[in-house]
Design a protein around this ligand. Structure first.
Ligand SMILES: *[C@@H]1O[C@H](CO)[C@@H](O)[C@H](O)[C@H]1NC(C)=O
Ligand SMILES: *[C@@H]1O[C@H](CO)[C@@H](O)[C@H](O)[C@H]1NC(C)=O
Ligand SMILES: *[C@@H]1O[C@H](CO)[C@@H](O)[C@H](O)[C@H]1NC(C)=O
Ligand SMILES: *[C@@H]1O[C@H](CO)[C@@H](O)[C@H](O)[C@H]1NC(C)=O
Length: 612
């Protein structure tokens, strides 16, 4: 091994760390390759990867305590969010960990100028050729191919570190991360063919004629057309927000992260505004590209997920300022063995960027997710800890709960393959990450008037295999579990896990503009920006009254204050089939299909404007 001068200097300064030598290496992480991936070729030695090294955050439990206190409406510190600097102090690694990792990096000839550090120094990133990473991690990278999609990744199934470094490193990626990020958008119902175009045309008539008949929902009158076509007006009626006008429009802010070449087209947004939100016409959003992410305005590139997200989130919350992020997650060319797609680490790339900003949108909705078991646990824990940091700073984070019921990424519940990836290949429901992270708000889907659980696809829901059930939902979830028949779905889910979704909103038959024409689209991808739109309005109400923003929502949503007021409409009918089972049932109270229910904006507004 070549020992650099830098290492010698550091080694003299800090003699407590032995020279890492190959003999002292021990396996740090080992995974089974998720179903659907096959070994394709050896990784080219000169292929460059960006290795992200996560150092332990020894005071994370203190940060978590702050998060729960400032998010609990019954606590005296409710709303006293932490500053960026206070959060960074609480997640900073121990100096011993910094020294140990620095020594190891310099022993491989890397200098401070080769490193990129996060503001809290809890992440360090290096760009190195595969052969170099293989030496550092005593491993062998391969190119893996996802048979169904043709996607390729450079990954390993096992990597090592010098024994004495194990306690100073939480996670290194890309190594074992085989996740396949996907949007939670269900199929577009109205396609390009003639018969479908006719349906779209009829729907347009019903949008225009929607002032006619009304039907009753949650004690309010809703246009009869809302049973078939969801518009901004339908959502305002259903969720008791008719007539609310935001006041301090520059204080409350709303953001939509986008991935996977989902481009938000401004012309489509204007067509949507012209039809559904004429007062918002000519308004637009701020665009922020991350890691080279762009937002080309060629209409043919307008993305369905992006269109749905920006049209409904910004349409519901207008004139609250909106931001669309695009994080580049793949190189802009066809991957081959020499240039494999390299990153599926979208959330952490986005978190890196946002956590480093002083100001971030106060309400953020993300309509993407992964099968939890394809995200290595160490990585999921770190990403989840990043969401907690945003929550502590006063940001409300919403994620769609997924579109496959209790099952995996396969639209047909009958043929879903729900097997564990732990080498035992046992049958198991498949939870969705980041919805399974206890520090975010997970949004399930409903449909129709009156509302029932969405049935054209299954509202994602269930129980995390990684994260334990947090206190704020303990009673609500226990009540549901206690009411199940004994040994119901025994072994298929983790009764003690973080249960999701937390709440729900309409999830089907949304009318959007896509590539210049109206389309109907569904998915919990629709539910999340919708819920977020109302949260941005609640923040506006609070900020206008001189109160702090809502921040992490769950302790409020599960509180007795909200329950007593009936500020969430309990959804008690429908289910979320998957894995060849009927899935869970929506029931009275919380359930793993629609959570606590859909928002009653008027009642929630009264609650958040009270004394807290
Ligand atoms: C939008 O811009 C067009 C063209 O400049 C203008 O005619 C129209 O009045 C504007 N609409 C609104 C609501 O500002
Ligand atoms: C828009 O993109 C499509 C597909 O990439 C291309 O065929 C077309 O020429 C582009 N149009 C413009 C105006 O750039
Ligand atoms: C797992 O079990 C299922 C059903 O028993 C079987 O179809 C599948 O091939 C198995 N997969 C592996 C990787 O053993
Ligand atoms: C779920 O609902 C269906 C239909 O109402 C019912 O047959 C089934 O017994 C319910 N399952 C449980 C576990 O309660």
């Amino acid at each position: 091994m070549r020992i650099s001068l830098g290492f010698l200097v550091l080694a003299l300064a800090s003699s407590s760390y032995a020279i890492p030598n190959k003999g002292a290496y021990q396996v740090k992480e080992e995974v089974n390759v998720p179903r659907g991936w096959v070994k394709h070729a050896e990784a080219p030695a000169d292929h460059t990867i960006t290795l992200r090294i996560g150092l332990p955050q020894p005071n994370f439990n203190v940060l978590e305590k702050h998060l729960y206190e400032v998010s609990d409406p019954e606590h005296e510190r409710y709303g006293s969010h932490l500053s960026k600097e206070e959060v960074e102090e609480l997640i900073a690694p121990h100096s011993e960990s910094l020294d140990a990792v620095n020594n190891w990096l310099s022993s491989h000839g890397l200098q401070e100028t080769d490193l990129v550090r996060s503001p809290a120094k809890d992440w360090v990133t290096i760009r190195v050729p595969v052969a170099f990473a293989e030496k550092m991690l005593d491993t062998k990278y391969n190119v893996w191919k996802h048979t169904a999609s043709g996607d390729t990744l450079v990954r390993t199934t096992s990597w090592s570190l010098p024994k004495e470094l194990h306690q100073h490193v939480d996670v290194i990626q890309p190594t074992t991360m085989f996740g396949r990020l996907r949007s939670a958008k269900s199929t577009i119902v109205w396609g390009d063919d003639e018969a479908e175009a006719r349906v779209a045309a009829n729907a347009k008539t019903s949008v225009e004629a929607s002032t006619g008949a009304t039907i009753s929902a949650n004690g309010r009158e809703v246009d009869a057309s809302c049973d078939k076509v969801i518009t901004i007006k339908c959502l305002q009626q259903l969720y008791n927000a008719v007539g609310y006008t935001p006041k301090k429009t520059t204080k409350s802010t709303i953001g939509i992260p986008g991935y996977l070449e989902e481009y938000a087209n401004i012309q489509d947004l204007q067509s949507f505004f012209a039809e559904q939100r004429p007062d918002a016409l000519n308004s637009t959003f701020k665009f922020i590209g991350i890691k080279g992410g762009e937002n080309p305005q060629n209409l043919t590139l307008s993305g369905a997920e992006a269109a749905l997200d920006v049209q409904f989130a910004f349409g519901l919350s207008y004139p609250i300022p909106g931001t669309y992020y695009q994080t580049a997650s793949r190189p802009p060319f066809q991957p081959d063995v020499r240039t494999p797609t390299n990153t599926n680490e979208a959330y952490v790339d986005w978190l890196d960027f946002v956590l480093a900003q002083k100001d971030t949108p106060l309400t953020i909705s993300t309509s993407y997710g992964d099968d939890e078991q394809t995200v290595p646990k160490s990585y999921a824990i770190r990403a989840c800890a990043g969401f907690a940091q945003l929550g502590a700073r006063g940001v409300s984070l919403m994620f769609s709960s997924g579109d496959y019921g209790v099952g995996d990424n396969n639209p047909d519940p009958a043929t879903q393959e729900c097997f564990t990836n732990d080498g035992k290949n046992t049958t198991r429901f498949i939870p969705v990450f980041p919805s399974s992270c206890p520090y975010v708000t997970s949004i399930g889907g409903t449909q129709g008037v009156p509302e029932v659980a969405v049935s054209r696809f299954g509202s994602g829901g269930g129980f995390s295999d990684y994260f334990p059930r947090p206190l704020y939902q303990f009673a609500a979830v226990q009540k549901y579990i206690n009411a199940l028949p004994k040994d119901h779905y025994k072994g298929l889910y983790n009764k003690a896990g973080r249960a999701f979704p937390d709440v729900a909103a309409q999830g089907d038959r949304y009318r959007i503009y896509l590539k210049g024409v109206p389309r109907s689209i569904g998915g919990t991808s629709a539910s999340s920006p919708t819920f977020a739109g109302f949260v941005a309005l609640l923040n506006d109400a609070r900020l206008s009254a001189g109160k702090p923003p809502l921040g992490f929502l769950n302790p409020l949503l599960y509180s007795s204050v909200v329950e007593r007021a009936g500020a969430l409409n309990d959804i008690t009918s429908g289910s979320n089939p998957g894995c060849g089972t009927p899935g869970f049932n929506a029931t009275e109270g919380w359930d793993p299909v629609t959570g606590l229910g859909t928002p009653n904006f008027g009642k929630l507004k009264d609650i958040v404007l009270r004394g807290y």
